[in-house]
Design a protein around this ligand. Structure first.
Ligand code: ADP
Length: 406
């Protein structure tokens, strides 16, 4: 049995998931949270042994002063799992890494040089990279004999052509400061595009898909034959769709104007645009379930927030349809994309002239992990796909470590 452990390290948490790659299923998942905050805890979930039995969870309160001890705790928790035992089946560890800049265009075996190269990218992701790096370092010392792989959220989008990734600002901004579109959620977009092709029974290289990843953060990618050719997030995850708390597309002059008129600092602006904007800024709630409930109860601000959310989706649908020329499939994924039939229906309304039409009954009844919801005469397939970023990281990790012959 080949096992892969996937780790996602944040500033105060480490999430983990252990996969049996032969069976293609998770054996255990969990997280250590509130590291260094006094009241840390370990949460562990063992998946259901049969489709009808419940999964088992437990939560243990335990002091975890730093990531190193958090990693030790995870290793001890795993060794209590009979399938993991002494870790003899563990062939690789995959680390989620947020930003690969232009340095990393695929999964990369971690060594000292790679860690240095990731360190050099900290200015591009100052909030996330230090935590990602700590996670890699502590996992390397906890599992010194297991190859470790970094899987970057940006890597999938390194195939964008320059006319899609450059901004129309002086060249110097790109050459000296690396200011360009990198795109994010790449692991999810890559996974969903593969699932769509597999579901349609066609080679990935033959299918053109627009994938809408609609979670708290939201992005859309135009995928031609499995290759990302444009994506809505940019230098940072702020650009593109309206999100839970992020503004998405904006006239950049607004920042200049606000700076001049209100005296708000750049750091404050960063906070407002990332954490106080989007649905939250428009109506006070960032959770789409709550926004929809408020709209249903007659709240005008919530109604406008939903209208703006779906209108922005529709604009990207048209834009990326034009980018791809021939569009075979539209896929909805992540929290909102997978669970909100209403948002899917409103996002695809009146798109008959684009060959896109949703069947209301199929849209309401679609089941995970994947299903089609278009009408019989819709030229474009519309699918709802459960994303699984951890499994995609595990697959990419396995592909990266296998040549080593373990
Ligand atoms: P994250 O980006 O944090 O991983 P998720 O992919 O979990 O986010 O998506 C979170 C979003 O999904 C929230 O806005 C939540 O309200 C929304 N969501 C989850 N279930 C539903 C539902 N049944 N209807 C509408 N929105 C939903």
């Amino acid at each position: 049995m080949k096992q892969i452990l996937v780790l996602n390290s944040g500033s105060s948490s480490i999430k983990y998931e252990l996969f049996d790659m032969d069976a293609g299923r998770a054996l255990e998942s969990g997280l250590v949270e509130r590291i260094g905050e006094g009241e840390s805890c370990l949460k562990q979930t063992l998946p259901a042994s049969t489709p009808k039995s419940p999964s088992q969870s437990r939560s243990i309160d335990v002091a975890v002063p730093d990531h190193r001890q958090g990693m030790d705790l995870i290793r001890r928790a795993l060794s209590e799992n009979a399938s993991f035992a002494g870790g003899e089946h563990l062939v690789g560890i995959g680390h989620r890494a947020v930003h690969g800049g232009e340095t990393f265009s695929g999964p990369t075996l971690i060594d000292d040089h790679v860690l240095q190269a990731i360190q050099a990218l900290v200015p591009l992701a100052p909030l996330h990279h230090p935590a990602n790096l700590i996670g890699m370092e502590v996992a390397r010392s906890a599992f010194p004999d297991v190859p470790q792989v970094a899987v970057f959220d940006t890597a999938y989008h390194q195939t964008l052509p320059p006319y899609a990734y450059r901004y129309a600002v002086p060249q110097d901004w790109y050459q000296r400061y690396g200011l360009r579109r990198y795109g994010f959620h790449g692991t999810s977009h890559a996974y969903v595009a593969k699932q769509v092709a597999r579901h349609l029974g066609r080679p990935l290289t033959d299918v053109n898909t627009v994938v809408f990843h609609l979670g708290n953060g939201a992005s859309v990618t135009a995928i031609r034959g499995g290759i990302s050719v444009d994506t809505s997030m940019g230098l940072t995850p702020l650009e593109g769709l309206v999100m839970g708390t992020r503004c998405g597309d904006l006239d950049p002059a607004i920042l200049i104007q606000m700076g001049k008129q209100s005296g708000i600092s750049l750091d404050q602006m960063d906070g407002v645009l990332n954490k106080q904007s989007g649905l939250k800024g428009l109506c006070g709630a960032n959770d789409m379930r709550e926004v929809l409930a408020r709209e249903a109860a007659g709240d005008q601000a919530a109604a406008l927030a939903v209208e703006m959310f779906v209108y922005r989706i529709k604009k990207y649908m048209g834009a990326y349809h034009a980018v791809l020329g021939r569009l075979d499939a539209v896929a909805f994924t992540a929290g909102i994309g997978e669970h909100s039939a209403e948002i899917r229906a409103r996002s695809c309304s009146n798109l008959g002239s684009f060959g896109i039409a949703i069947d209301p009954a199929l849209n309401a009844a679609v089941e995970p992990p994947i299903g089609e919801i278009q009408t019989a005469d819709s030229r474009v397939k519309v699918l709802v796909v459960s994303t699984d970023e951890e499994f995609e990281i595990a697959e990419q990790t396995l592909a990266c470590v296998q040549p080593a012959g373990r």
